[in-house]
Design a protein around this ligand. Structure first.
Ligand code: ADP
Ligand code: ADP
Length: 228
C-alpha cells in the first residue's frame, strides 16, 4: 500500500528532516508514527501525499510512484488518500455538507451520486443533523468528524492523519479514535502521527518511532515508548 525506499528530505534551509527512511505499510494496517517534536513525523507524512517532495529515494502509494509523478498527476494521487489534520482545515464559509461535497465535486461524480455519498458519510460520522451548519458553529470534535467525513468520502485506500487529536480533549479524542478504528475495520489503511501516549498504549497497533529523521523502532502491538 505504502512503500518508502531509502528516502531523504533536506529542506531548502539545509535542515535534514528525513535521513534514510525505508518502510512498507500493507493494506488494512493501522500504523502510529511517534517521536519527539522535530523528529520528522510531519515530513514523513507530507511526502506520502506529495505536500513535500523527497530529496532522494522512492515512495510508492497505492501503486502510484509519488516521487516521479508530474504535478498534474498529484490530484489523482490525492484522491486515493484522505488527509486529516490537527487543525481540521475546513473551509469556514461552507457548510458541513458543502465542505464534504467539495471533495467530490473536484472528481467527475454525478450530482446525485455526490448527494448520496455525502449523506452516507455524514451518517457514518454521526453528524446528519449538522449538515447545514458552518464549521465555526461546531465543537472541535465535531469539526474533526467533518474533516474525517471529507477524507473518506472519496473512498480512499489510505487515511493519513497528522495529530488528529492534538486539539481535542481526551474524551473527544477517544470518540475520534473509535471512528478511525471503525474506518480501519472497513478495510482502509490508516497512518497516524501522534503525541498521544494514552491512545498508542491502549490501541496496541503497529508503532513506527522516528527520531532525527530515522526509524528507530518498528513494532507490531507496540507502545509509545518514551516520555512526551
Ligand atoms: P515532527 O512532525 O516530528 O515534529 P517535522 O517533520 O515537522 O517533525 O520537522 C522535522 C524537522 O524539519 C524539524 O527540524 C523542522 O523544524 C524541520 N522542518 C519542517 N518543515 C520545514 C520546512 N518547511 N522548512 C524547513 N524546515 C522544516
Ligand atoms: P507540526 O506541529 O504539525 O509538526 P509545525 O508547527 O512543525 O507542524 O509546522 C507548521 C508549518 O511550518 C509546516 O508547514 C512546516 O512545514 C513549517 N515549518 C516547520 N518548521 C519549519 C522551519 N524550521 N522552517 C520553515 N518552515 C517550517
Amino acid at each position: 500500500m505504502i512503500e518508502m525506499h531509502d528516502v531523504y528530505k533536506t529542506y531548502d534551509n539545509g535542515v535534514v528532516a528525513l535521513n534514510g527512511i525505508s518502510v512498507k505499510i500493507n493494506k488494512g494496517e493501522f500504523v502510529y508514527v511517534v517521536g519527539p517534536s522535530g523528529a520528522g513525523k510531519t515530513t514523513l507524512i507530507k511526502l506520502m501525499y506529495r505536500q513535500e517532495r523527497a530529496t532522494k529515494g522512492q515512495i510508492v502509494v497505492n501503486n502510484m510512484n509519488v516521487t516521479s509523478i508530474s504535478d498534474q498527476k498529484v490530484p489523482l494521487l490525492r484522491r486515493q488518500l484522505g488527509v486529516v489534520y490537527q487543525d481540521f482545515k475546513l473551509l469556514p464559509k461552507l457548510t458541513v455538507y458543502e465542505n464534504i461535497a467539495f471533495a467530490l465535486e473536484v472528481t467527475e461524480a454525478e450530482p446525485k451520486v455526490i448527494r448520496q455519498r455525502v449523506i452516507d458519510v455524514l451518517k457514518k460520522v454521526g453528524l446528519t443533523k449538522k449538515a447545514k451548519h458552518l464549521p465555526q458553529e461546531l465543537s472541535g470534535g465535531e469539526q474533526q468528524r467533518v474533516a474525517i467525513a471529507r477524507a473518506i468520502v472519496n473512498k480512499p485506500a489510505v487515511i493519513i492523519a497528522d495529530e488528529p487529536t492534538g486539539n481535542l480533549d481526551p474524551e473527544t479524542s477517544w470518540g475520534i479514535m473509535d471512528l478511525l478504528e471503525q474506518i480501519n475495520r472497513d478495510g482502509t489503511t490508516i497512518v497516524m502521527a501522534t503525541h498521544n501516549k494514552d491512545i498508542v498504549n491502549t490501541m496496541r497497533r503497529r508503532v513506527i518511532a522516528v527520531d532525527h529523521g530515522k526509524i528507530v523502532r518498528d513494532e507490531y502491538g507496540g507502545d509509545y515508548g518514551y516520555e512526551n
